[in-house]
Design a protein around this ligand. Structure first.
Ligand SMILES: Cc1cc2nc3c(=O)[nH]c(=O)nc-3n(C[C@H](O)[C@H](O)[C@H](O)COP(=O)(O)OP(=O)(O)OC[C@H]3O[C@@H](n4cnc5c(N)ncnc54)[C@H](O)[C@@H]3O)c2cc1C
Length: 500
């Protein structure tokens, strides 16, 4: 056994790849390299200077910051969180993923009473809870979360006060749009009902990183040598089940070929590229190709777009205690088909804005979220066009025709990112948690497993309970690192002895 351990290549320097490297390195694997396609580490964790401070282009919050969340644990250990985020009170909050809005504007420029808003959120939350109760059966495979929620609304609205019916429908429609952002999907009709409750919601009031989410990435990276990460190395093909000469005259089963023709040999490779990239490239990424059950899982699972539009204002037009602004379109209802004129109506898909905190450090910044086809269309527009549309939107909804326009804009384009191709994964109608497990399965398959593992799979889309999150991604990286660590008990004991 080489005292440096086997040669392991990790494809992708997002949090899953970095977490896998961190764990392997700690357990004595020194022959490690991470090949990253872009010029930076962090993947979908990306903090950037904007306005007077830092904003998040990708992941924004730790979802469920409480002791069972490894991102929370690690960030606490690295001292990256604010005292409020660390408070016990914060960790015990059970929001079940439903943020409340503090101001609601309608498309005719009226402010809507928060009482009606709260009443609608309460109803929606109870149906949403019910939609998570089908993991053991009780629904058809083709049922979606959207169709279930609509059914609940249909059964209930005849009892509502006629005067507020239209308004409540518009509010509910807005919550559907918000849910699309959370699930990273075009429509809740695309999200499978049966497995929906398999996604685990952890307790804790979502929190942010005062020095940016990337501060977590920097700390993880600092735990292994910096030359282990090779940037600008887009991987084109992973040749496996082969026999390739290493410079040390050993033979290796895997050879990784980059787009520029450069090659790297390995005993094992851990693929952490996003599901969106796999959907585009999976058929050619491996040679021999992936088994059909894996290609099927990649096709079945959902991977959608959620983008942000950040607007900086000279002065806030909202009250200091306002933390979120909701926009509703009069006449809209979840029970009627949405309009499809993207050019004209894309902006109506925005459910509202989060007021970024703290303004003393950041400036006065609103962050809109937008999901689905409208979000992908938004990526094709210039920032000037978006700024002008957003100015008109805010003037219309606040009923202030002379509202000063934002002084700057920054929008994300996750669908156009060639090595991500969208935002995050969801369990689409026609798929199930089993597809996630299939995607996570290492190769060669178990029945051939007299052979050592060659290709392993991590990344947020491979975690059955925490897909779409940073903690899911982190746990998936650790899982695959442990899979390899278990295969080398001798290395582990050499390493443990050398530490004594
Ligand atoms: C807008 C947005 C908001 C989000 N908000 C939250 C949030 O609030 N909270 C939360 O928990 N999560 C959030 N997420 C999700 C979270 O960011 C991801 O789940 C997580 O960062 C994914 O990590 P990963 O390592 O699986 O993938 P990635 O971070 O995507 O890493 C994969 C890496 O592989 C690289 N790669 C791809 N192809 C190749 C190739 N051929 N060769 C070499 N390298 C390649 C990519 O460049 C990338 O760096 C958000 C994501 C987005 C986009």
């Amino acid at each position: 056994m080489d005292p440096m351990g086997p040669v392991v290549l990790i494809i992708g320097a997002g949090i899953s790849g970095l977490a896998a490297a961190q764990k392997l390195y700690k357990h004595g694997f020194k022959n490690l390299r991470i090949l990253e396609a872009t010029g930076r580490s962090g993947g979908r964790i990306r903090s950037q200077k904007y306005a007077k401070g830092l904003v998040e282009i990708g992941a924004q919050w730790i979802h469920g910051p409480s002791p069972s969340n490894p991102v929370f644990q690690l960030s606490t250990q690295y001292d990256l969180l604010s005292p409020e985020a660390l408070s016990e009170e914060n960790q015990l909050v059970e929001l079940e993923g439903h943020p409340m809005f503090s101001v609601i504007y309608s498309s005719s420029g009226k402010q809507i009473s928060t009482e009606i808003g709260e009443n609608v959120v309460e109803m929606f939350s109870s149906w949403f809870q019910k939609s998570r109760e089908f993991t053991k059966g009780g629904c058809n495979p083709e049922d979606s979360v959207g169709s279930f929620l609509r059914q609940e609304i249909s059964c209930s609205y005849s009892n509502w006060d006629k005067d507020s019916l239209e308004l409540k429908m518009a509010l509910l429609n807005c919550l559907f749009k918000l849910e699309c952002c959370i699930s990273g999907t075009h429509s809740m009709d695309c999200v499978a009902l049966g497995p929906y409750g398999e996604y685990k919601i952890l307790p804790g009031l979502d929190c942010t990183f005062p020095r940016g989410y990337e501060s977590l990435v920097s700390h993880i990276k600092a735990s292994f040598p910096s030359d282990m990460v090779l940037l600008n190395k887009p991987v084109k093909t992973i040749h496996w089940k082969g026999s390739f000469h290493g410079s040390d005259s050993h033979m290796y089963p895997v050879q990784v070929e980059c787009e520029n023709g450069e090659t790297f040999i390995a005993d094992h490779v851990i693929i952490t590229v996003p599901l969106g990239f796999l959907k585009e490239k999976a058929t050619d990424l491996l040679s021999p190709p992936l088994p059909s059950y894996k290609l099927q899982a990649i096709q079945n699972l959902g991977f959608g777009t959620n983008n942000k539009i950040l607007l900086e204002f000279e002065k806030p037009f909202w009250e200091p205690e306002c933390y979120a602004i909701q926009l509703i379109w009069e006449g809209e209802s979840p029970l009627t088909e949405p309009k499809t004129n993207l050019q004209q109506d894309w902006v109506k898909k925005i459910p509202g804005f989060v007021v970024l905190q703290p303004p003393e450090q950041l400036g006065h910044v609103l962050c809109a979220f937008i999901a689905g086809k409208e979000s992908e269309f938004m990526e094709s527009l210039s920032e000037d066009e978006i700024l002008s549309t957003m100015t008109s939107l805010l003037r219309k909804c606040t009923g202030t025709p002379n509202l000063p326009p934002p002084i700057s804009i920054l929008r994300t384009r996750w669908h156009s990112e060639p090595y991500t191709c969208g935002s995050y994964s969801y369990v689409a109608v026609g798929s199930s948690g089993r597809d996630i497990d299939m995607l996570a399965q290492p190769l060669p398959e178990e029945r051939e497993c007299a052979k050592p593992l060659q290709v392993l799979f991590a990344g947020e889309a491979t975690h059955r309970n925490f897909y779409s999150t940073t903690h899911g991604a982190l746990l998936s990286g650790w899982r695959e690192a442990e899979r390899l660590i278990d295969q080398y008990p001798a290395l582990h004991s050499v390493f443990s002895k050398s530490k004594l």
